[in-house]
Ligand binder design. Sequence first.
Ligand code: GLU
Length: 268
Amino acid sequence: MKYRDKVKTAKRIVIKVGTSTLTYENGNLNLKRIEKIAQTISDLVNNDKEVILVTSGAVGVGKNKLNYSEKPKTPQEKQACASVGQVILMNIYSKLFGEYGYSVGQILLTKDVLENEKRKLNVINTFETLLKNKIIPIVNENDSVSIEEIENISRFGDNDNLASVVSVIVGADLLVILSDIDGFYDKNPKINFDAKLISEVLEITKELESFAGGSSTDLGTGGMQTKIQAGKIATNNGCDMILANGENPSIILDILDGKNIGTLFVSK
Ligand code: GLU
């Protein structure tokens, strides 16, 4: 079976959407896109797929609500932004998924939770129960408690990593990462006109890793390096990963039709 054909058969899918997809450059919510995300995921669930959404955007959205003119610098400010922004995000997801007849459940994670076998099992049970009841689990890092200074709490730091770990613990077939770039390139396409998109990655080699540059946006934390890290975690654990542009989120339906979109990191 061709690799893209296998993608068509994916049943359990984790979709990660970054801050740059969810918000305008000024930090306000891009409602048209969020609406499309809710519609697309609802359609997948209508078609008997199991979908988990990993969302960023809490810090970015909260920053605007708190009228900070720039990215919060101190952990305290960041945590306050996350706390406010997370509610705004969930409120809008709840409303938009509700229009298609679906309820959402919030799961906020920190790394230490998944490092503890018992708590990890609790989280897995929650995912399973939500999915069984056709409720859309919406995941983010618990940013308002996850600064490193707090004892016993360790951070994922970025949602690419978080999404790949979630994919592994729930045994997902496919992780789709939507970003502000069409896929993984052999050079940074923003500064190199001859950069070529790599359609399929069978192995994450040192050379491939060297193609990854810095962070993609000001408000998000991810960049190509975190995508590569996520790709390693996913593919080493039997989960395919696709990196694609979230400009038009219905692209997810084309991806699941097996179309040659974005970069497919093929699982081992
Ligand atoms: N958890 C952060 C937020 O919701 C985003 C982290 C990331 O963009 O990777 O703002």
